[in-house]
Design a protein around this ligand. Structure first.
Ligand code: AMP
Ligand code: GLY
Length: 424
C-alpha cells in the first residue's frame, strides 16, 4: 500500500512511525512532514496541510491508496470528503462530522440535545446579547470560547466581569480569532482532573484507547500561558475502571449515537477531553483527531497494528478488529523553543545525546542543507519513553531530555507529578 499522512507535528511522526512497520506498507508520504518524519517517509514540504486541492493532485499522481489527514484544519475543511470523492479512502471524519471540533456551537447543541454531560452554557452570534449576558452574570470565572478553530487559544477563563466583557469584545468585535469568533459559547467553569480519552470509531462501534493526561501550561506547577501541550502521560491514574464504565454509558456511546442520529456518523479518532468533576465526568471538548502530544504516549502502548485498525474503521468493520494494549506506561516530555508559546526564534542546530531507552518524535524541526536537524517551530521535540510503570517511563524520558541541546531549549520538569501524587 502507498500511504499519505497529512500534518507536520509530533503526532504525525508518532502515527507515521506506527504505520511504517506494517508489512503491507510499500511507501509512506507525509505532507508536509518534518525533519524526523523525513527519516521514515518521503516528505513534501512544499505543500501545506491545508492546501487540499494540491494534496488531492499529489495523492492521485503518486498512487496513494490510503490517506490519514491527522491535523484539525484539513479535517474541518473537508479533506476526507475531497480525497474519498477522488477514490482515495481515508482514516478520519468527513467535514460534517468534523464539526464536532470545528464548531463549539454545534458540539454544545449536540450534547444538550442528547443529554451528554457538559458544562452549562449559552451561545451567541451577536456581541450585544453576549455582553448583556455577561453583565447580568453573578458567578465567575466564566469560560468564553470562540466557536471555530483558534490554534488552541480560543478559550478564555475570565476570572471576573471586566475580563469576561473584554474576552467577548476581543472575539466578537475585534475579531482576535478571525471568523472563528463570529459566534461564541459562554459556559460554566468546571473543576477537577482533566483526562484525554482518544477513541477509534467507525460510527457504530467505539473502542476507547488508553487514557492520557496532557499538561497544557508552559511552566512547572501549571504556571505560564496555555500551549499546545508540554507533555503527557498514559495511562492516566485518574481514570479508574469505574469512571471508564461510566464514560462509556454516559458519554462515548451517546455521542456516537447522536452523530448517527444527526446524519453525520463519526469515523476516525474521536477525542474526548473530559473533566472528572464531583458530579461525574463531563465533556470539556471534543476533537476530531488524535491529540498532540497525547498520540505520542498512547500509540507506543498499542499492541495491535495501527494500519489494520485504520482500515477497519474506514471499512466500518471495527467490531471485528482486535485492539490490544501493552502493559506498563508511557511518558512524553516536550522540548520547546525559548519564548514559546509567544515569540521564539528558529533555525538553531540540535545536538542529540544518549537516548538510552527513550525515543524521539520530532514536532518542529527540519533538515538543514547538510542534513542536520534544526529547530523550526515552538514545540521542537517530543522525548518519549515506556516503562513498567509511570515513574520508570518518566525517569527514562527525563534522562534523555537532559542530554538534548539547542539554543533556548526548555521543558517542564514536572510532567506526571500531580497525577502520581494523586495516585498515591
Ligand atoms: P480547549 O481549548 O477547549 O481544550 O480548552 C483549553 C483548556 O481550558 C481546557 O483544557 C481546560 O483546562 C480549560 N477549560 C475549557 N473549558 C472549561 C470549563 N468549562 N471549565 C474549566 N476549564 C475549562
Ligand atoms: N493536546 C491537546 C490537543 O491535542 O488538543
Amino acid at each position: 500500500m502507498i500511504l499519505l499522512v497529512i500534518g507536520s507535528g509530533g503526532r504525525e511522526h508518532a502515527i507515521a512511525a506506527a504505520l511504517v512497520k506494517h508489512p503491507a506498507v510499500a511507501k509512506l508520504y507525509a505532507i508536509p512532514g518534518n525533519g524526523g518524519i523525513a527519516e521514515i517517509a518521503e516528505c513534501v514540504p512544499d505543500i501545506k496541510a491545508t492546501e487540499l486541492v494540491k494534496i488531492r493532485e499529489f495523492a492521485l499522481a503518486h498512487g496513494v491508496n490510503f490517506a490519514i489527514p491527522a491535523a484539525d484544519d484539513p479535517l474541518v475543511a473537508g479533506a476526507v470528503d475531497l480525497l474519498e470523492n477522488a477514490g482515495i479512502p481515508c482514516f478520519g471524519p468527513g467535514k460534517a462530522a468534523a464539526a464536532i471540533e470545528g464548531s463549539k456551537v454545534f458540539s454544545k447543541a449536540l450534547m444538550q440535545k442528547y443529554n451528554i454531560p457538559t458544562a452549562a452554557f449559552a451561545d451567541f452570534s451577536e456581541p450585544n446579547a453576549a455582553l448583556a449576558y455577561v453583565e447580568q452574570a453573578s458567578t465567575f470565572p466564566l469560560v468564553i470560547k470562540a466557536d471555530g478553530l483558534a490554534l488552541g487559544k480560543g478559550v478564555i477563563i475570565a476570572p471576573d466581569k471586566p475580563a469576561a466583557l473584554a474576552a467577548v469584545r476581543d472575539m466578537m468585535e475585534t475579531k482576535k480569532f478571525g471568523a472563528s469568533g463570529n459566534s461564541i459559547v459562554i459556559e460554566e467553569f468546571l473543576t477537577g482532573p482533566e483526562v484525554s480519552v482518544l477513541s477509534f470509531t467507525d460510527g457504530k462501534t467505539i473502542v476507547p484507547m488508553v487514557a492520557s493526561t496532557d499538561h497544557k501550561r508552559a511552566k512547572d506547577g501549571d504556571g505560564g500561558l496555555n500551549t499546545g501541550g508540554m507533555g503527557t502521560i498514559a495511562p492516566s491514574p485518574y481514570y479508574t475502571r469505574e469512571i471508564a464504565a461510566r464514560c462509556m454509558e454516559e458519554i462515548f456511546l451517546p455521542t456516537i449515537r447522536a452523530m448517527q442520529a444527526e446524519g453525520c456518523p463519526f469515523k476516525g479518532c474521536l477525542y474526548f477531553g473530559l473533566m472528572l468533576t464531583a458530579q461525574g465526568p463531563k465533556v470539556i471538548e471534543y476533537n476530531c483527531r488524535f491529540g498532540d502530544p497525547e498520540a505520542q504516549v498512547v500509540l507506543p502502548l498499542l499492541d495491535s497494528e495501527l494500519l489494520d485498525i485504520f482500515l477497519a474503521v474506514q471499512a466500518g468493520t471495527l467490531d471485528r478488529c482486535p485492539v490490544r494494549w501493552k502493559p506498563g506506561a508511557a511518558a512524553c516530555v516536550v522540548i520547546a523553543s525559548g519564548g514559546y508559546p509567544e515569540k521564539y526564534q528558529t533555525g538553531f542546530p540540535i545536538t542529540f545525546g544518549a537516548l538510552g531507552e527513550a525515543f524521539i518524535y520530532h514536532a518542529g524541526t527540519k533538515r538543514a542543507a547538510d542534513g542536520t536537524a534544526v529547530t523550526a517551530g515552538g514545540r521542537v521535540l517530543n522525548v518519549c519513553a515506556m516503562g513498567a510503570d509511570l515513574p520508570q517511563a518518566l525517569q527514562k524520558a527525563y534522562a534523555a531530555a537532559a542530554d538534548i541541546c539547542f539554543e533556548g531549549a526548555f521543558y517542564r520538569k514536572d510532567i506526571g507529578k500531580k497525577a502520581l501524587e494523586a495516585a498515591r
